[in-house]
Ligand binder design. Sequence first.
Ligand code: SF4
Ligand code: SF4
Length: 402
Amino acid sequence: MKTKRSGSSFNSLNTKRQLESLFLFTTGRCNAKCAMCFYADDMAQKQPDLTFEEIKKLSETAGDFKRLWLSGGEPTLREDLPEILEMFYRNNHITDINFPTNGIMGDRVVDWLKRIRRNCPDSNVSISISLDGFGSTHDTQRGVESFYRAAETLKKIDDNFRDDGHVIKNIATVITKYNVEEILDFVAWSYGRFNVSTHTIEAARGNTREEGVKVLTEKSLKEIQDQIAPYYLLYAKRIGEGMNALGRGLTKFFYVGLMRAMYNIRAQNLEKPSPWNMDCTAGETTLVLDYDGRFRSCELRPPIGNVKDYGCDVKAIMGSEAMKKEIEAIGHGYKANCWCTHGCWIMSSITFNPGKMLSMLIKSNREIKKLNRPIDVSEPILRGLEDKYRLKRDRLQAIGIA
Ligand code: SF4
Ligand code: SF4
């Protein structure tokens, strides 16, 4: 199996603090009911989504930036999403689109990816499919029967974009009380069965729809991270296939280092806020737009205004008194007072703190090297897991993954 990555986002680091990532909550609608959803209360307000015209004004005023992160709600429920992405590509020259989806609408995902590749040819698209565990575990956590559909979506994406270095495939898993016992088996099975570039493991965060789903402690999360460390070396190898020796070495150094550094910071912040040893650049390099136009510096802090009160002008929003006060409240260096477990911001902030980054990456690579061990994902092992967790063989075979 082989997956390529071109124009990698982690080897093109720009450390100037200016808008780099726009997080767009495309819609307040969703076709799942995840127990750990941190956006359920916001969606329950059922406000109208930002219109295409409002998003157009935002795009026209944002200037060039690199990354557009979609969020929601379920992005595939927004019918005009392809036009929105094409607009950001044209107006803002985005180079990375991060497209998370619960994978329920597989044909639409594949059709839209084809369209994005045709009309936004120089942009990478990182497509993240949510898969939280084996079969019924996934379905229970997601509140809808969707395990086989999400798995099929992943397979279809791989069939259609296997040799397209601009389509980066990812599995995203959130750890809760439902899947914590099977997470190590699930990481092994996912690596063996899907040709993805990475598998991110998030701890449930924010105010979850269902109370009591957050069960991890710093110690238990660290144990899981240590156990799954060898898979990151395997993923690095998979990403590096087809590159020369230097490319493979750099990919491994940055990929493994960043993943481990992010996981370390996350574990340290799970039970109580703990300094990241670098600035969080929320509000300086990131802007979050809620589906109804409220805006924030990051996904976890409260809204500080509404884009409609600023004429949907991103430059005015980024330079606003509200944003300045927010950045002050977050703080910098030793005076900072806001820390969390959010992987997107940890990862983004690492790249904007170059002085700290190198030492973090070296330390993380050393740790992972010590934790490495042989991994067996041979066919009998994978089949054994499918039997253990009572997956339906006929469904897996129909999808083409077993
Ligand atoms: S976590 Fe995502 S997919 Fe699940 S309910 Fe929330 S918005 Fe929908
Ligand atoms: S530390 Fe977390 S909650 Fe605080 S500003 Fe940064 S991303 Fe937001």
